[in-house]
Write a protein that binds this ligand. Structure first.
Ligand code: HEC
Length: 164
């Protein structure tokens, strides 16, 4: 008789899916011990994920125009934090915004138009939005005229794409 019984369960533990599930279960258990606020569960599991892997590519590695990007992002930082897990300010935290559905950052009170926009933020939608936020999405609540210079815009979108 071939003794292949262990193979039934061992490879299972090696798959990322199973490990993630185990981590989530652990995180949920830990949160559960805290007790009073059940809705904190989803927050805790979301922030448990980005904590582990190192930051995304640097601006240089991503081929961004570092000087431009660093200058333009200062305008955004008046209202937005960009670090992983940082608090929402006047605007939502922008870490991981590329690939995210619009108005999906937990804990931020978005405008109705942004919530109902159906936008998914990618390099193109971000470029169009940032060129003129109010033209792209009338009545949204981002009180910012826009980044009119196309090179500046490319640089800031490139920077946003490294926030993962
Ligand atoms: C005066 C404050 C302010 C400035 C400056 C500002 N933003 Fe915003 N931003 C906001 C607010 C408020 C919202 C939410 C808008 C809404 O709910 O309609 C927002 C939303 C966004 C969103 C959508 C996020 C999501 O989760 O859907 C992106 C992307 C964004 N801003 C990028 C930028 C970038 C990049 C800059 C700099 C070039 C910038 N913003 C400058 C206030 C600002």
């Amino acid at each position: 008789m071939p003794r292949n019984l262990p193979e039934v369960w061992q490879p299972g533990w090696a798959t990322p899916g199973v490990r993630t599930a185990a981590l989530l279960a652990l995180a949920l258990t830990l949160v559960g011990c805290g007790g009073d606020e059940p809705s904190a569960g989803s927050d805790a599991t979301v922030s448990a994920e980005p904590a582990a892997p190192p930051a995304g590519p640097s601006l240089e590695e991503a081929g961004c125009d570092v000087e431009r990007a660093s200058k333009v992002v200062e305008q955004c930082k008046v209202c937005h934090s960009v670090e992983a897990g940082a608090a929402n300010l006047t605007g939502p935290n922008l870490y991981g915004v590329v690939g995210r559905a619009a108005a999906s950052k937990d804990g931020f009170a978005y405008s109705k138009v942004l919530r109902e926009s159906g936008i998914v933020w990618d390099l193109e939608t971000l470029d169009a939005f940032l060129a003129s936020p109010l033209t792209y999405l009338p009545n949204n609540r981002m009180a910012f005229g826009g980044v009119t210079n196309a090179d500046d815009r490319q640089a800031i979108v490139c920077l946003l794409n490294t926030l993962r």
